[in-house]
Ligand binder design. Sequence first.
Ligand SMILES: CC(C)(COP(=O)(O)OP(=O)(O)OC[C@H]1O[C@@H](n2cnc3c(N)ncnc32)[C@H](O)[C@@H]1OP(=O)(O)O)[C@@H](O)C(=O)NCCC(=O)NCCS
Length: 147
Amino acid sequence: MKTEIREMKIEDISTIMILEKELFSTAWEEEMFIEEIHNQYAYVLELKNKIIGYICGWKLLDEFNITNIAIAAKFQRNGFGKALVQFLMSKLLDEKCFLFFLEVRKSNLAANKLYEMMGFRIIGSRKNYYHSPQEDALILGLNLKII
Ligand SMILES: CC(C)(COP(=O)(O)OP(=O)(O)OC[C@H]1O[C@@H](n2cnc3c(N)ncnc32)[C@H](O)[C@@H]1OP(=O)(O)O)[C@@H](O)C(=O)NCCC(=O)NCCS
């Protein structure tokens, strides 16, 4: 399946919001995606010119926090999530950004497995971080710095 990863644009947000509401019990608001676009690390993955996934986050010096990632339900388990994380990481490594962090619901098996596969490890947790339903967050981290 031929896919393209490109920068997220404001006009993509209506499509992204449809996916976001389908995939998360507590969906982001449109404004949060606008902010991520302004932060300059927001990408969409297209299949035949249709958005089927997205990833975003923010950079602070040599640290990067992945704030959101999703793949449309019917296209999951095809390696697209992994492709998005790899794309973002390789861009950040080029910018000499080596430390990656994120929060994930404890029960989110798919996301936890994906991040584990990418080398992330649990470095902490936040009690009752999520609501609807209430749940702890695991804090995952990955250091790609070559010492
Ligand atoms: C998490 C998510 C982005 C993964 O995207 P994806 O495209 O399905 O993931 P990939 O196909 O790239 O999977 C890569 C690896 O992750 C693991 N994985 C992914 N989904 C899995 C699942 N449902 N069960 C177990 N392992 C899974 C597997 O090891 C997989 O490799 P494999 O298929 O060769 O075994 C997707 O499930 C999703 O959008 N979920 C809803 C939104 C969400 O929870 N986002 C995360 C917020 S922190």
